[in-house]
Write a protein that binds this ligand. Structure first.
Ligand SMILES: O=C[C@H](O)COP(=O)(O)O
Length: 356
């Protein structure tokens, strides 16, 4: 997988010039159907690469604590349940603002370190001067106002992400899906996680898919758009690559693996295909698109494999909230337990750590 029709010299030259002139958002491009139709993904090569990534050594001791904290700052802390209420969204927001116990951070001298958020700004609460936060909270459109209110009360500028466009199936009329995006933005969401129309991707209607995503991008206005491909329902790696590329050409700021509601969610092989598409798109256009694996990511160890995958495939530039997120509803609890273990040498009981 690489730029079609470009020589190695051209690619090198382009990469050098692009690193000096980056655009913060992806404006998209015209739809290049020739590129899409010529793509073929080598399944064996993808599987081999995914195995290699999984076999990489995981950092130990204080390095592990540092990597785990980094993972925390990249989480879109999510609740997407039918029984979500303003009170569990409030609890989620408080956990996002203070994801790791203050005394644990203090013991590893990380209580006053600052981390840039997706916009390169420093996020902190005035009360505790706590600077380790998650990257964002992610909720259903009806809960956006609750999240905005809770974060404001906590004096936090953390972004609120809203899923939209008939999440998770995307099987509602286009006008309804567009209206859902507009409402979430006007309620205060600054990030919108749209789902693609899988029917269009499965049947190869790339132009129609491109046009829909373009309209979602317009409806998002200034809000950053993450496009969920629901990879477990796309049938093949080649289709995943094609859908990734079409989504980026249509102006997605991020491409995201899954809703968390499909039978197969974020897997390493599918991530390899998506990040190679991101790299090819960057080399061809100069626009950096972010990547968000989501769905079924539960353990601290998995989070370290995800960081390794990004570091190996896209480089350190991508390891920031502006270009990488972990979408997860229950990952943070395990990471905090591991940090507790690193700091105290003991395993935390459930009552030792506040819940999300
Ligand atoms: O977008 C995020 C996903 O819905 C989260 O999935 P999860 O509940 O399996 O962590």
């Amino acid at each position: 997988m690489r730029i079609l029709g470009a020589t190695d010299d051209e690619v090198d030259k382009r990469q050098r010039s692009l690193s000096l002139n980056m655009s913060p958002r992806n404006p998209g491009t015209t739809l290049d159907l020739e590129w899409i139709s010529k793509v073929r993904v080598n399944t064996q090569a993808v599987l081999k690469r995914a195995q290699f990534i999984q076999r990489q050594k995981i950092p130990k001791k204080q390095w592990q604590a540092a990597w785990l904290l980094k993972a925390v700052t990249l989480i879109d802390l999510t609740t997407l349940a039918g029984d979500d209420t303003s009170s569990n969204v409030h609890r989620l927001c408080l956990k996002a603002v203070q994801p790791v116990r203050y005394d644990l951070l203090k013991k590893i001298d990380m209580h006053d370190k600052v981390f840039p958020n997706h916009a390169g700004k420093i996020v902190s609460t005035s009360r505790e001067k706590q600077s380790v936060t998650t990257a964002a909270v992610c909720v259903y459109p009806s809960r956006v106002t609750d999240a905005v209110r809770s974060l404001k009360a906590a004096n936090s500028s953390l972004p609120v992400a809203s899923v939209a466009t008939g999440f998770p199936a995307g099987q509602t009329p286009l006008e309804t899906r567009l209206q859902e995006v507009r409402i979430a933005v006007s309620d205060g969401a600054t990030e919108i996680d749209i789902v693609i129309n899988r029917m269009l991707a499965i049947t190869g209607q790339w132009e129609a898919m491109y046009n829909e995503i373009r309209q979602f991008r317009e409806a998002c206005g200034p809000a950053h758009m993450k496009t969920i491909l629901a990879v477990g329902e796309l049938g093949s790696f080649t289709n995943v690559y094609r859908a990734s590329m079409v989504a980026m050409m249509a102006g997605s700021d991020f491409i995201k693996t899954s809703t968390g509601k499909e039978a197969v969610n974020a897997t390493y092989p599918v991530a390899i295909v998506m990040v190679r598409a991101i790299r090819d798109y960057f080399m061809s256009t100069g626009h950096k698109v972010g990547f968000k694996p989501a769905g079924g990511i539960r353990t601290a160890e998995e989070s370290l494999v995800w960081l390794t995958l990004i570091k190996e495939e896209l480089g350190d530039d991508w390891l920031c909230p502006g270009l990488f997120r972990l979408g997860a509803s229950s990952l943070l609890a395990d990471i905090e337990r591991q940090i507790y273990h690193q700091v105290t040498g003991q395993y935390a009981a459930y009552h030792d750590l506040p819940m999300a």
